[in-house]
Design a protein around this ligand. Sequence first.
Ligand SMILES: *Cc1c(COP(=O)(O)O)cnc(C)c1O
Length: 399
Amino acid sequence: MKRDTFLPFHLPSISEAEIDDVAAVLRSGWLTTGPKTREFEQRFAEYVGARHAVALNSGTAALHLALDAAGVGEGDRVVTTPFTFAASAEVIFYLRAEPVFVDVRRDSGNIDPERLAETLETGRRDAGARVKVVLPVHFAGQPCAMEPIVDLAAQHGLRVVEDAAHALPARRQWSDGRWRPVGSIGDMTCFSFYATKTLTTGEGGMLTTDSAEWADRARMMSLHGISRDAWKRYTAEGSWYYEVLAPGFKYNLTDVAAALGVGQLRRCTEMYERRRRHVRTYGEALADVEAITLPSEEPGVEHAWHLYVIRLRDEMLTLDRARFVEELRARSIGSSVHFIPLHLHPYYRERFGFRPGAFPNAEWIYRRCVSLPLFPDMTDEDVYSVAGAIRDIVKRHGR
Ligand SMILES: *Cc1c(COP(=O)(O)O)cnc(C)c1O
């Protein structure tokens, strides 16, 4: 059962057809935002059931422009969770607004709608609390309880901007029985195409929305706040004239990246089916290992399975999480930890005075969580070798 090659935590799945598609763009004479990017946007919007999709050069850019389009500005507040990556909250500071953290549920790592309701009620009484947006993060690819979140936002007159960096493709069933894909639920949804995500363009992102107004604003702000797209300006279709309507950013996606995106999107469902297969195999191979808790899919949910996050039951083990990660590595298996809660990082501690204990559920998961390798091109044998390594570690370090 011992591996003779190292199994990385993640490897992207890139087909020869995708390499050919990228090469074709390189030979075409048009490298930056153009027809491939438009095609990627149209296909992506269709895939997630949104009216509009705006391609950007990162998921972080999508979050930034979504908050901008939602009208977040100086002194405003955005509610999110501390159990996420730096990007989800840093964009709030870009706009001189402040995050308000709500703790997550221990089972899913997702924002707890009951705590969200309490926070919004408290915020209402406090005149200084200018909450504009709720920003749920679909941890590991399992969609948050969006129905109560959307209802709460409507009650309080807030916008919902989803961090769906992990959640392509994912769906959630509504109480009327309808299934809604992530990307078509909140006011705006932000996806990431970073190298480790479920669809990659190397670096890239997408903002989806049903609102033409927000899509137009995001598109304009993604290219210097200029009133017309560059490729229209420089091709026969457009003229040389443009106007700067706002001091925007440089967030557009290249056609080189979009060509990869179109190919990846074509295989998105197939890659998802392969991850699901590995999740089933992990589940079968690790079902009787009592010292760890396996991740699960809630009823009425289609989990994207970007991450496979197990939790260590510390009362049954003599080693901590850091040692567990080292023991996996010693057995030629890469792994990772998602996430170090934001409020424990120096910037947040110093600026807001957060101390350990401030968000107990996020910290509880953090101390116990390990993300195992999960990517389409793994083999069944790879999954069995991880399970075998875990059994060995648990046998040697069990209580
Ligand atoms: C990856 C990630 C992002 C940022 O995406 P980039 O494309 O790297 O900018 C945002 N939020 C979460 C939760 C992520 O995992």
